[in-house]
Design a protein. Structure first.
Length: 71
């Protein structure tokens, strides 16, 4: 069975999430929103969901996933 890695992009902040939504041992990234999208796309992340940001009017939270490397 394939395992997945997950992250979210909120504004210009990429947050890497564990299987249960808990932070993993990865460094979160602060980029411009455009640069963040490019970085995620270039490293194999696929957009899976978009939700309105409840803390910022008119903004969205983007959720991504990619296959986890085989251990």
């Amino acid at each position: 069975m394939k395992k997945w890695q997950h992250c979210k992009l909120q504004g210009n902040h990429i947050t890497f999430l564990g299987a249960a939504g808990v932070f993993e041992n990865k460094e979160d990234a602060f980029l411009t929103e455009r640069a963040a999208f490019s970085k995620l796309e270039d490293t194999g992340w696929k957009l899976v969901s978009v939700l309105p940001d409840p803390t910022r009017e008119g903004e969205f939270i983007y959720f991504f996933r990619r296959h986890a490397p085989e251990a």
